[in-house]
Ligand binder design. Sequence first.
Ligand code: SF4
Ligand code: SF4
Length: 363
Amino acid sequence: MKKDAPLIELLREYGVSRRGFLKFCSITASLMALPPTMAPAIARALEQARRPSVIWLSFQECTGCTESLTRSHSPTVEGLILDVVSLDYHHTLQAASGTAAEEAREIAMKENWGKYLLVVDGSIPLGNPGFSTIAGIPNVEMLKEVAEGAAAIIAVGTCAAYGGLPHAAPNPTGAVPVAEIVKEKPVVNVPGCPPIPVVITGVLAHFLTFGRLPELDGLGRPLAFYGNSIHDRCYRRPFYERGQFAETFDDEGARKGWCLFRLGCKGPITRNACATTKWNNGTSFPIESGHGCLGCSEPDFWDMGGFYNAVSEPAMESGTAVAWGLAGGALAGAAAGLLNRRERKAARASHQRVTVDDLKREE
Ligand code: SF4
Ligand code: SF4
């Protein structure tokens, strides 16, 4: 296969049926909140799309984002989207190592200057340049160097988007997200710990289709995938509205599938597509498996109090289901309004912050 062959040739080579491809385009249109009539336009654009060069840099991360991506239930078309891009440099997936790997990066940059996509997972330590290096080059230097020639940057995972776990208090490495370093290029955040595979490939599909990044919310996330909270689309929502909450993970309420809010579910303040796209080829998502949402696609989710503490307590007497239902309604209203940084800040302020001193006190 020629490096600049259009996608349609690649699809044929992989034996993807026309029907399967069109189905993928319909799902992508719906995920991107586009009308179904856009599916044929997406199909036409994707068929003729050329392989853009992608350089993938991994900094302070756990490789979970790459693991997530490689689980994008191949051999479906979203898996092929990755094959369509020319992944010229990726520490974990590339065969080359050492000097040859760095040469591959330099050649890809030179040949595709101004046109390649830069994907980053992991945060960047500023506390000491030596905390994390690749081929002896500090992360911050490599990021600046590669970002300079990129058409756009995709910060994959909560570490690259908002600092993630390395940024959690007390942030010993001085970890920062990509957007704090790169100011001159468009950066799209695809947070999640890890991010949903079809959301990663959906952003790539959008770039391939329209030649630009999708519309973003106030936190740099594609609105198409992060426009709703988990709570907005949660199938347990009717229980929440009726004030029916599981109190423990094995009580009658849990067995009946009641709302997990009191068990710490952060769905009302978390924007992500889990409740609609689900995981593992649409099989399930954490709430469906009986565990509350941890809020993994939101900034500072590690420091927002305990994972098993409810996000807020109702101001009124909480002894009745009605009180919880009313408080729940108020919280849902507040969650629906969390559209920009100012509101996020207010939400964060309403959470208890956990510090190292707190942990020591609990020992
Ligand atoms: S609080 Fe959590 S479990 Fe309950 S309805 Fe909202 S997202 Fe679903
Ligand atoms: S349900 Fe919540 S914590 Fe779980 S993956 Fe989705 S956004 Fe992250």
